[in-house]
Design a protein around this ligand. Structure first.
Ligand SMILES: [Zn+2]
Length: 253
């Protein structure tokens, strides 16, 4: 029973670092130096004011020095990181695949929030992820051949969709960032994961997109970034994909 507790605490602190990544990577700033500052008054945040979730509660969501609101996003990312850590621990046990998939999930978490904020997916995360993945997959329950096919299929299928959509409507639906992201996901999940991720992301995108478009009243122009849906779909695949696929085919008889 000690490991879930250790992993939760560890996940919270990693989450605190992920907040720094989400904030600084799009600005091309270093994620290790300098230490955290309040973006408003630029005062350094002391260690005891930087404890994940607890400091946010203790400071009641405000900077100690200037009283500026700290976005609820910060403790939310910390909690999501801890939740992912525990969920992957339960799924894979205390093992190398657990460590690799959890770090991969952290990368997807960072990509999700950067894409929501800026509608970009930094190449360092997607292409960097492909590079790391091509080595890390050796320790994952994914055949190397499936990972390579996943890489090509992930990129190819989205390029085909983007060109097809452009051919039919004259508009660009998705960006090159999504192509590189799905290719990166393919390395870690194999081609089976690419199909599952694309299908579930499209389904979630439609379910969220219809009310979203309706609320925005700008027509289909009000594009929602697709990266977050791809990320969530990929995480669901690695955690419960085989169960869901089995259940689905069972349902079909
Ligand atoms: Zn401040």
């Amino acid at each position: 029973m000690i490991w879930p507790v250790v992993v939760t605490v560890f996940g919270l602190f990693i989450g605190s670092f992920l907040n720094v990544c989400i904030y600084r990577i799009p600005k091309a700033e270093s994620v290790v130096w300098p230490g955290s500052r309040c973006p408003q008054c630029l005062n350094h945040i002391r260690a005891w004011d930087n404890i994940p979730v607890f400091s946010y509660l203790f400071l009641r969501g405000k900077c100690r020095y200037c009283g500026t609101r700290i976005a609820l996003r910060y403790p939310v990312v910390e909690l999501l990181s801890a939740l992912l850590a525990v969920t992957f621990l339960i799924r894979f046990g205390l093992s190398i695949p657990f460590v690799i998939y959890y770090l991969w999930a952290c990368t997807l978490l960072v990509i999700t929030f950067i894409d929501l904020d800026h509608q970009i997916i930094p190449d360092g995360l997607s292409l960097g992820g492909i590079g790391v993945g091509l080595i890390a997959v050796i320790w994952l329950p994914v055949a190397y051949r499936d990972a390579l096919i996943g890489l090509v299929l992930g990129a190819g299928i989205l390029i085909a969709i983007i060109y097809g959509y452009y051919f039919l409507t004259g508009k660009q639906g998705m960006g090159g960032g999504d192509v590189k992201l799905l290719a990166m996901i393919g390395v870690f999940t194999g081609w089976q994961g690419v199909l599952f991720t694309l299908f579930s992301a499209s389904l979630m995108g439609t379910l969220v997109g219809i009310p979203w478009t309706f609320l925005q009243k700008k027509g289909m122009q009000a594009a929602i970034p697709f990266g977050p849906f791809l990320s969530v779909g990929a995480l669901i695949y690695v955690l419960w994909g085989s169960d869901i696929v089995q259940w689905y085919f069972h349902l079909l008889g």
